[in-house]
Design a protein around this ligand. Structure first.
Ligand code: PLP
Length: 440
């Protein structure tokens, strides 16, 4: 980059070019193959082995983004990305990321980032209101649900003095990984025929630090009966952590709120704004009804971080990280630009499209639905063996037309179609269905 007077002009021009690139990309994304059509190592082989000795213009970065990297991008923003949990990085969030990087606020303490700290508290309070989370809970942002759950388990162990975690066999693998990292014992509870945790199978919970209930499991988007689990936790003195990483965002719609029944009795709750609240990765929202337990578990203020800011609130005392980036800016931008109405409309449209797809599968001979559908995930398979379904998935993804993923339910290979990208239209879902039927 040129130094001196020219620098501002260069930054502005490069910035315009970068925003043009982003706008062009989002306009043409539907024409690109959804799943990167490259082999492992192919992109690495195209990159220079060493960094340049002399700096290059930013235009060279944009050129290589197009020519070298783009073929190796799996397009999560594509309207026919239906794998895992489909997500969107909405435009206000994309722009806010640019601004957050520009400010580079590092919220190690309130005084190093008063606005970032207070906007985070406000944004979490706003989302709490939208989702029906009690407003007096403490909320802050972690990078991912894996970290949010890790933090909750740390607080639970600290508060209870116990070392056992219980979740259902359909809980996300992050629960098991977190327990393993913490050296905690994990017990898996069985589920019913709709993949919901069976509260009666939980036992006494007298030695259990935390039970993790899931609202919207990864495989099937099933909803554990949180209220009944809360009863068991209360009786056994166990911490209740609710994983609403995916489906939690759907609580903006009153007709879907039934799934949060009992969540108000939880000790902690995670909802990923980067999953279904249109926020660019990463932005995991973690609330707790027991902020003191978090603070006791995490607060460690060395001399160099002591300040005279009385009544200041340091979010770093409530979680594992010291340095925190300004993630609330993108969330706030989305809440402002979409409003509650815009969020509800998008969640409802994704759910409607999933329901439509579900109906096509139900009505077509030779296909079957494999789990009840509550939100925007459809679990289904074609008649035939697991191997035939797996081969179908591989053919569909290799076509570049769509990207779907799979799971196993009741020991059988099942295809998952998750709607969640805000650009997905009825025509996209129809095309996905046509491709799957044609390739069968
Ligand atoms: C229910 C659930 N919990 C947790 C996670 C982990 O999310 P993250 O990638 O933010 O750690 C996922 C990921 O898909 C999930 O579906």
């Amino acid at each position: 980059m040129v130094e001196g007077e020219g620098e501002e002009v260069t930054f502005r021009e490069d910035g315009h070019a970068a925003v043009d690139w982003a706008a062009d990309y989002l306009e043409r994304i539907g024409e690109l193959p959804v799943l990167a059509q490259v082999r492992p190592g192919e992109i690495r082989a195209r990159l220079p082995e060493s960094p340049p000795e002399q700096g290059e213009p930013f235009g060279a970065v944009l050129r290589d983004l197009d020519e070298v990297l783009l073929p190796g991008i799996t397009h999560w923003q594509h309207p026919r990305f239906f794998a895992y949990f489909a997500v969107s990085a909405a435009e206000p969030g994309i722009l806010a990321e640019l601004l957050a990087a520009t400010l580079n606020s590092v919220a190690i303490l309130w005084r190093t980032a008063p606005a970032a700290t207070e906007l985070e508290v406000t944004a979490l309070d706003w989302v709490a209101q939208l989702l029906g989370v009690p407003r007096d809970w403490h909320g802050h942002i972690e990078d991912t649900a894996s970290t949010s759950t890790l933090a909750a388990l740390v607080a639970a162990r600290h508060a209870t003095g116990r070392n056992v975690v219980v979740c259902s066999e359909h809980a996300h693998s992050s629960v098991e990984k977190d327990a393993r990292m913490l050296g905690m014992e994990l017990r898996k509870a069985p589920v019913d025929d709709a993949f919901r945790m069976l509260p009666d199978a939980l036992g006494e919970l007298d030695d259990v630090a935390a039970v993790v209930a899931t609202v919207g499991t990864t495989s099937a988007a099933s909803v554990d009966p949180v209220a009944a689990i809360a009863d068991r936790c209360a009786a056994g003195g166990a911490w209740l952590h609710v994983d609403g990483a995916y489906a939690g965002s759907a609580m903006v719609c009153p007709e879907l709120r039934w799934a949060f029944d009992g969540v108000e009795r939880a000790d902690s709750l995670v909802v990923n704004a980067h999953k279904w609240l249109f926020t660019p990765m990463d932005c995991s929202l973690l609330w707790t009804s027991r902020p003191d337990a978090f603070r006791e578990a995490f607060s460690l203020v060395p001399e160099y971080l002591r300040t005279t800011d009385e009544a200041a609130f340091n979010i770093s005392e409530y979680g594992p990280a010291l340095g925190r980036r300004f993630r609330s800016l993108k969330l706030w931008a989305i809440l402002r630009c979409y409003g509650a109405e815009g969020l509800r409309a998008r969640i409802r449209e994704a759910t409607r499209l999933a329901e439509l797809f579900e109906g096509w599968v139900r009505d077509e001979a030779g296909w079957e639905l494999c789990a009840p559908r509550h939100f925007s995930l459809v679990c289904f398979r074609a008649e035939g063996s697991d191997e035939e379904n797996e081969a179908l998935l591989e053919r569909a993804n290799a076509s570049g037309e769509l990207f779907v993923s799979h799971t196993k339910l009741n020991g059988r290979y099942v295809l998952r179609l998750a709607v969640g990208n805000e650009r997905t239209t009825e025509a996209d879902v129809r095309r996905a269905w046509d491709v799957l039927r044609d390739l069968r």
